[in-house]
Design a protein around this ligand. Sequence first.
Ligand SMILES: [Zn+2]
Length: 299
Amino acid sequence: MLRQTRVALSFTALAIMLMMGGTRHANAASKLPDPIHAGVAERLYRLDCGHSLANDESVWTPGENVGRSIEFSSTCWLIKHGSDWLLWDTGVPESTLNDPRGWSTLPKLIVYHLNRSLTDQFAEIGLKPGDIGRVAISHTHGDHIGNMGLFPDSAILMQRAEYTWVHSPDGPNDNVNQLMALARKLLGTPKNLQLIDGDTDVFGDGSVTLFSTPGHTPGHQSLLVHLKKSGFIILSGDVAHLEENFEKDIVPTLNTDKAASIASMERVRRLIATYKAKFFINHDKSQTDKLKLLPGFYD
Ligand SMILES: [Zn+2]
């Protein structure tokens, strides 16, 4: 009798779990693409958007690598969809180009360098900044929005939560406050700002989806792109800085929400499984160095 009750109880618990899981999946599926029927973008190009040197890796890997220096990559991505172009992040400001002193978002922590401008890299494939119809940004840290000024006529796609956050009063962490002030300056007042709430299918065919991954900042997002030959690829933004952080759920000290950061990494892992996706980590230089660079592309 007792055993039957226990079995019945666990069956009920399982049914509830499945229902909840089913509901969550249905909600997610309403904006995320169907893996079988999703449309495709034609090309995905990687642009060199700078690199940076930090003198204490442990800021990004708390408890490990104290006092060890590290070099990060900064990557922007350009997506061709029909005759439309979408740029993902805009990198280190072009004013830094070939300046040996570099540029910094937080001078005590990290210095950025830029060897090639976005404009020059666009020109290599016959484009100019005015050809970019949409600029989507993962989040508002300076190394991701350094060149918004090149795109005054583009639609700027960002999460409403991110926009609201950088325009909110300062909090207790002075480093974070400095980053917010810089974000307001670099973001300016885009005339075609499109604030989005959560997951968004950019072209309406499942080929490019912005999906919410808060934690590094309150309105952080990542991007899922579907290509004909390469399949699905996830562009990280800063949901994780290094492969090891992603594998071990390590959260940098500058992130605004540790629990949300871990939940977002878990979300990415689920999407990698669902879409059999590759995962390109923006700042992981050892991974980035192995990826194709414009004029090469993924298709
Ligand atoms: Zn970053």
